[in-house]
Write a protein that binds this ligand. Structure first.
Ligand code: NAD
Ligand code: APR
Length: 229
């Protein structure tokens, strides 16, 4: 059974109405990364950070999976391929689209994390920074999101899956943030064929063996139809 590792980024959720980070109207044009997406920013102003992620959580809850999410779920459900989705997205549209085997390497908006004892629990729709931890009582509740300067989740497992893959596909990511941006080179060194599906050429587009450019709701279902033909 062919093993396919699929990396996704904000672009796959764009047509569901979720804003990307680096577009001209992206989130990082309006918010400073140092203020809302670093542990230092959170220490300085936890209320601001909580508001930022409360807004992201509300946007994700209001969005629905699109044809690209559903196509990846169909590829997995078909059963002829072993599919692993590694997503940088903190929304849950892959799961709601039907994917089962998903790793959230940058965490998830549906989770709360205690910065003091690392206990995790489901996030309420509106998180407040002084919410006490249900396990240790510390008032150090943060969103379960991997911030800049922190180590993404489950990296050893991801690298192992990449090395053992028969195909690596990158969808809707600009290729600016490591370690995810390095997966194409990691796969290439392991002799794994690589394919980019993105609206436009990403920062690392030359490193891919093949690339198809267009909206995810068009190029992803088209690619899945070929895989299942
Ligand atoms: P980075 O590549 O500069 O470094 C991440 C950290 O992990 C560094 O401390 C680095 O030394 C360490 N590291 C990297 N590879 C390692 C390895 N193989 N073994 C051990 N340690 C290793 O990345 P960054 O710019 O600091 O961002 C960190 C991560 O957080 C990124 O993946 C980024 O996308 C994510 N992030 C998420 C959000 C969000 O809102 N979801 C926001 C910002 C950053
Ligand atoms: N279909 C396909 N691709 C799209 C679409 C679409 N409809 N719309 C946008 N894109 C592409 C853009 O061309 C861009 O290359 O998706 C990519 C989105 O890039 P970013 O906004 O940089 O998002 P991402 O790559 O996921 O960011 C990585 O950075 O700040 C962090 O932690 C955050 O996980 C995020 C990480």
């Amino acid at each position: 059974m062919a093993k396919i590792v699929i990396l996704t980024g904000a672009g796959i959720s764009a047509e569901s109405g979720i804003r990307t980070f680096r577009a001209s109207d992206g989130l990082w044009e309006e918010h400073r990364i140092e203020e809302v997406a670093t542990p230092e920013g959170w220490s300085r102003d936890p209320a601001l950070v909580a508001r930022f992620y409360n807004a992201r959580r509300a946007a994700a809850a209001a969005a629905a999976p699109n044809a690209a999410h559903r196509a990846l779920a169909a590829l997995e459900a078909d059963g002829r391929h072993e599919v692993l989705v590694v997503t940088q997205n903190v929304d849950d549209l892959h799961e709601r689209g039907g994917s089962r085997n998903v790793i959230h390497m940058h965490g998830t908006l549906t989770g709360a994390l205690c910065h003091a004892c690392a206990h995790r629990w489901p996030a309420p729709p509106e998180m407040a920074p002084n919410d006490p931890c249900p396990a240790c009582g510390a008032r150090a509740t943060r969103p379960d999101i991997v911030w800049f300067g922190e180590m993404p989740y489950r990296m050893e497992e991801i690298w192992e899956a990449l090395r053992a893959a028969d195909l690596f596909v990158s969808i809707g990511t600009s290729g600016n943030v490591y370690p995810a941006a390095g997966f194409v080179a990691d796969a290439g060194h392991a002799g794994v064929p690589t394919l980019e599906l993105n609206l436009e050429p990403s920062a690392g587009t030359r490193l891919f063996d093949a690339a198809r450019h267009g909206p995810a709701t068009e190029v992803v279902p088209a690619w899945v139809r070929e895989m299942l033909a």
